[in-house]
Design a protein around this ligand. Structure first.
Ligand SMILES: [Zn+2]
Length: 360
């Protein structure tokens, strides 16, 4: 995810006091840091959202006999620092490789922190990702403080950027984002974006010492340079934001290609699947669910384009043609945050599908 708009935040605080967290379904909001052991020497770290509610990517740590490889450095340098301290407790081997699964800065913000801790580290990205990070990310970080003006405008006008009136929950959410922005900006002021120094086109295979890691670009989806990381022996697959749980990230990208890329993702012999955000998955049903949603939208958008509809008409009519509530329930369940995120993400999907199909 690159720029999740502020969404509803649910208040399950009272319930959380009495029921173990694991009993809750996954949410697009992440409140705490968790570490999950996926296999001997392979870990997933999930990060709490930044103080301004911006999401942070999952990080995967793969320890070999000689070297360590990390997938995605998450958003905040302070979170990357915490991860590095954790890695040093697990092993005295150096992090020699860091893979950025795509250019969104919630996956790259900690690059410089890793480089400072492990001089000589190779930061790896697909060619398109390497170029976009070099062209765009530093500027985006420098513009990050302007989010304050956008948030203030929304709060002053009482309307979200799409013109819908703010609910009390929305307002509280924007206020929280605004209040937390200072801490995030302060972190970025003292840390620069570091660009990947190694690129590949289709695949790169690395032996960490009795541990093979396959780094592959299997097609476009969320971005032009989406990258997956696969451990064939352990059957572990890290997907970046090709897969986000419990709600797909669909604000940009290439919805037509996305369906094909998710088909390819399903073909991997994987029993542990780590999405870019959200809970670790243990079967492929969520890949299929995501693919079916995107395919259904693509089919319907194409029909409407063939009927001569404009993008605005498609945006207005498609929710009536497709049972959007059914999809929302299927992905978001009863979690308010996830529901709000689904609505925004779905609108993004329709918009992008229109753009890509129209251009064919
Ligand atoms: Zn992301």
């Amino acid at each position: 995810m690159a720029s999740r708009p502020a969404t509803h935040r649910c208040a399950f605080v009272l319930l959380l006091l009495t029921i173990p967290v694991l009993m809750f379904p996954d949410s697009t909001t992440t409140k705490e840091r968790t570490v999950t052991k996926l296999a001997d020497g392979v870990y997933e770290i999930r990060h709490p959202d930044a103080p301004d509610t911006f999401p942070q990517s999952n990080t995967i740590v793969v320890i070999g006999e000689r070297d360590v490889l990390v997938v995605d450095s998450c958003l905040l340098p302070s979170a990357a620092k915490q991860d590095i301290a954790q890695i040093k407790q697990w092993t005295n081997k150096p992090v020699s490789y860091l893979v950025n699964t795509h250019w969104h800065f919630d996956h790259t913000g900690g690059n410089a922190t890793y480089a400072a801790a492990f001089p000589g580290i190779q930061i790896i990205a697909q060619k398109a990702t390497q170029k976009t990070i070099a062209d765009f990310n530093q500027g985006a970080m420098d513009r990050y403080p302007t989010r304050a003006e956008r948030f203030k405008k929304v709060l002053d006008s009482g309307k979200a950027p799409d013109g819908t009136p703010l609910t009390a929950v929305d307002r509280a959410d924007y206020e929280r984002s605004l209040n937390g922005l200072g801490d995030v900006v302060a972190e970025f002021k003292s840390t620069k974006q570091l660009n990947p120094n190694v690129s590949f086109e289709r695949e790169l295979i690395i032996d960490l010492g009795n541990r093979m890691v396959e780094i592959r670009h299997i097609g476009r989806g969320n971005t032009a340079g989406d990258t997956i990381v696969y451990l064939p022996k352990e059957k572990i697959l890290a997907t970046g934001d090709l897969l986000d749980h419990p709600v797909p990230y669909m604000f940009g990208g290439f919805p037509v290609d996305f369906v094909e890329t998710l088909w390819k993702l399903q073909e991997f012999d994987a029993s542990t699947i780590v999405p870019g955000h959200g809970d670790v998955l243990h079967d492929k049903s969520y890949i299929q669910q995501t693919r079916e949603l995107m395919r259904a939208v693509n089919v319907e958008v194409e029909k409407e384009i063939n009927e001569g509809k404009t993008t605005e008409e498609v945006q207005a009519e498609l929710p009536k043609r497709l049972d959007v509530k059914k999809w929302k329930d299927q992905f978001a369940g009863s979690d308010q945050d996830s529901q709000g995120f689904f609505e925004q993400s779905f609108a993004g999907l329709v918009k992008q599908a229109y753009v890509q199909i129209k251009m064919r």
